[in-house]
Ligand binder design. Structure first.
Ligand code: ARG
Length: 570
């Protein structure tokens, strides 16, 4: 149980003892730490229900809280808030837990080993990854990591878009303009060129779109040559995409299953849906699913020529996942352009008897470039590989300026560069536009990877030095200041687990980032005013070193969940 949960449970008991009723209790963090560590507005809620003075109710409840080692002080404030102050003893013992559990600190059993499928990245292939692919990839991986950390059994899946009309376009373009030798030499770039060329030409001559559809239809019907080309395109794309995942580091899938995997499974679902009238006839022999909600247009499930669609594969995929893994929940990390689509998809799925689970669309906003154009020509994209290279280059330059004497600058630049790109995305609220801003992401100040990595390295360097030097014993210490800064830092430690659970519940990695940023700031402020290596008393020095070590451990554990690596020196 987190400290917050323990306080909540103590309060719950007191409420039920006082009023002989069980009310759900919300615990919050007071905005001002002088109001304590946790606050509850339960007395105000009850006051309304019972038509009584909330402060009086609060006083009665507080009287029924037995003395305990966790809470050092309780205050009734304002209109009837109950504010709790955690005892120094409990805070210290939480800190010692960090030192004991090390990399495992933060793990808990909130998820009760329930199975959750997390789907993310899911690029449409036959083109290289664009910078916008970062969003689903990085946000999804982190959500997967956090859910795993708090005790869910996660299954991560990359639902590769290896089916669909884009392959018709590519096949058409290759047959018309492509050359085997060239494509063999540099497959990904050549595919991209063909793809862009197709779009340019199709703008002049829309008939090309029909030709591409025909190529795809032939392919779906088993045309040998088109199948061979498809296989080749897919294999080359996957090789390239995996290279990019590797560069990003920490991107892992338990399963990579393309849309093509469901090819032979769609007929059954189509038949079942038609039989149950979930899919009804639309125009000219197509099949659609209709919705009661007028704002939802019908979802096409099968085209008039019999061809399947993205939606057909998705319903089939959902059925497969449920049938094969029996998950409690399926999480789709996909951009918000598909909000309506997922609403339709889940609404349709619910009409099948096999759908007994919960599917969630975790959507995110668009990526906006602060200092670059997002997309150049139609079909053209900002290549993710190029962006990652650029990030590493920029990080290298900063390191050169700030730490000219650092060893292994290249390795550090890679870790800082990649970490910056990831952290920049993860630290923003996913439900809004996500701004890609070089200066902000590489800044050594503010809520950025370099700031976090620098803080970690600083803490580690203190710990290294502690092994060499002894206490000086000469320092004059400002007792009140030291107490204050230490207490602020210690009080931030238990929130790690609490914020992890919030981030998981809301599928919002930015909550974890915000917490780590707060911890780093408090740590830096602690270190700026509390002598650690030069502490007057050896026992103080020992204790403060423990504080430093526990903070560095939490920073490491938190950043690890975000897929941001740390360095010992920078
Ligand atoms: N490949 C799709 C795209 O790039 C995203 C897939 C999302 N997942 C799904 N099950 N539909 O737009």
């Amino acid at each position: 149980m987190t400290i917050k949960e323990q306080v909540k449970s103590i309060l719950e008991k007191a409420v039920s003892k006082t009023l002989k009723r069980n009310e759900p209790i919300d615990m919050a963090y007071p905005a001002d730490i002088s109001h304590g560590d946790y606050a509850a507005n339960i007395a105000m809620k009850l006051g309304k229900i019972m038509q009584k003075n909330p402060r009086e109710i609060a006083a009665q409840i507080v009287k029924n809280i037995p003395k305990n080692t966790l809470i050092s002080k309780i205050e009734i404030a304002g209109p009837g808030f109950i504010n709790f102050f955690i005892s120094e003893k409990a805070l210290k013992s939480e800190m010692l837990k960090v030192l004991k559990e090390k990399a495992k600190y933060g793990k808990c059993n909130e998820g009760k080993k329930k199975k959750v499928i997390v789907e993310y990245s899911a690029p449409n292939i036959a083109k290289p990854l664009g910078v916008h692919h970062l969003l689903s990839t990085v946000i999804g991986q982190t959500i997967n990591n956090i859910l795993g950390c708090i005790g869910y059994k996660t299954i991560s899946i990359n639902h590769i878009g290896d089916w669909g009309t884009q392959f018709g376009k590519l096949i058409y373009a290759y047959k018309k303009w492509g050359k085997k030798e060239i494509l063999e030499k540099d497959p990904i770039n050549e595919m991209l060129k063909l793809y862009v060329k197709f779009h340019d030409e199709a703008e002049k001559d829309p008939k090309l779109e029909d030709f591409a559809r025909k190529e795809f239809k032939d392919f779906e019907e088993g045309d040998k040559e088109n199948r061979k080309l498809w296989k080749w395109f897919v294999a080359e794309s996957l090789k390239d995409i995996n290279k990019t995942y590797k560069k990003l580091s920490g991107i892992k899938f338990d399963f990579t299953l393309g849309e093509s995997f469901y090819e032979d499974k769609m007929a059954d679902i189509l038949a079942e849906g038609k039989k149950k009238k979930i899919f009804v006839e639309g125009d000219e022999g197509s099949y659609i699913a209709k919705f009661e909600d007028e704002n939802m247009s019908p979802l096409v499930i099968q085209k008039k020529d019999g061809a399947t669609l993205y939606s057909t594969r998705d319903i089939t995929t959902l059925h497969y996942r449920i049938n094969h893994w029996h998950p409690e929940k399926i999480v789709y990390v996909v951009d918000m352009a598909q909000n309506m689509y997922f609403k339709q998809l889940f609404d349709v799925a619910k009409r099948f008897s096999w759908y007994k689970n919960e599917a969630v669309h975790v959507s995110f906003g668009r990526m906006r470039m602060a200092d670059m154009q997002m997309s150049t020509r139609k079909g053209n994209i900002i290549l993710l590989d190029k962006v990652l290279e650029e990030a590493i280059k920029r990080a290298r330059k900063i390191i050169e300026e700030k730490s000219p004497n650092l060893k292994n600058k290249d390795a550090v630049a890679e870790i800082v560069g990649i970490g910056s790109v990831k952290y920049n995305i993860l630290s923003q609220n996913r439900t809004t536009d996500i701004v890609f801003d070089w200066d902000k992401m590489l800044s050594l100040e503010g809520n950025s990877a370099p700031y976090m990595q620098y803080t970690y390295a600083r803490a580690r360097s203190i710990l290294r030095k502690a092994k060499m030097a002894k206490s000086s014993g000469k320092t004059v210490e400002d007792k009140a200041e030291i107490l204050e800064k230490t207490s602020q830092l210690l009080r931030t430690i238990p929130k790690f687990k609490e914020e992890l659970i919030y981030s998981a519940r809301e599928y919002k990695p930015n909550l974890l980032c915000q917490y780590l940023y707060e911890l780093a700031q408090k740590f830096n402020s602690f270190y700026n005013s509390v002598p650690v290596l030069t502490a007057k008393e050896p026992k103080d020095r020992l204790f403060r070193l423990k504080v430093v070590e526990s903070v560095s451990q939490i920073l490491q554990n938190g950043l690890d969940l975000l897929g941001v690596a740390v360095v010992e020196e920078m």
